[in-house]
Design a protein around this ligand. Sequence first.
Ligand SMILES: NC(=O)c1ccc[n+]([C@@H]2O[C@H](COP(=O)([O-])OP(=O)(O)OC[C@H]3O[C@@H](n4cnc5c(N)ncnc54)[C@H](O)[C@@H]3O)[C@@H](O)[C@H]2O)c1
Length: 247
Amino acid sequence: MTGLLTGKTAVITGGAQGIGYAIAERFIAEGARVVLGDMNAEQVATAAQSLGGEAVARGVACNVTSADEVQALIDAAVAAFGAVDVMVNNAGITRDATMRKMSEEHFDQVIDVHLKGTWLGTRAAAAHMRERGSGAIVNLSSISGKVGFVGQTNYSAAKAGIVGLSKAAAKEVAHLGVRINCIQPGLIRTAMTEAMPQRIWDEKMSEIPMGRAGEPSEIASVATFLASDLSSYMTGTVLEVTGGRLM
Ligand SMILES: NC(=O)c1ccc[n+]([C@@H]2O[C@H](COP(=O)([O-])OP(=O)(O)OC[C@H]3O[C@@H](n4cnc5c(N)ncnc54)[C@H](O)[C@@H]3O)[C@@H](O)[C@H]2O)c1
């Protein structure tokens, strides 16, 4: 433990698995307590247990598309650990298809979970943090939001939208001590990407100068940087964590 987040409390949405879980692991190793919010109620409870149980991690059933549930998540963190210092808006889904085949429902779902979910999380966390005069919010965008990927008109739009909302929100609360930054991961090895056909995986790999996919822990270390005082003079930024892909 190096203690970059000693005494801090972090809320992480979509924390039951993948990148969110890896962020929780690293935050705890740095001295934080975490509250995971995830739609998968059973898995989020198990995740909190395996992260060390009640003293350091709590799991809360939360659908990030619901304003009430997102507020309840923040309230649960305050009730459990006294305050929220860090908010990570990470929950996500994909519903890939070319525009010709994508249903309107799948467009709306992806926009709702990523864009509205991140807005609700940013709004609720910022409201709490501005009263305390400090806080860091980390929003998960994607390289898909920078360049646009075939089959992801919904996801690319949502992930680009997260950059815009984060910059606008960062300007609103910077003078109140609240920082808001984004991460744009490239190809990271999680359940979300393991569902990808091998041909597509190989195609993506060929675009990566570092010649490999990233690990969730490599997003977690950048999230730790943005959550901690190491990045105290940064707000409204977008950090690409892609092994050099599409730089
Ligand atoms: N894996 C990658 O290569 C990659 C690349 C770029 C960006 N990202 C982004 O990183 C984030 C995490 O991705 P991951 O790969 O760990 O995905 P994942 O599918 O492994 O985990 C996503 C988690 O979000 C939860 N979730 C989904 N909808 C939710 C909702 N409405 N409310 C609450 N929780 C919900 C799921 O239950 C799951 O636990 C996502 O925002 C994703 O878009 C991932």
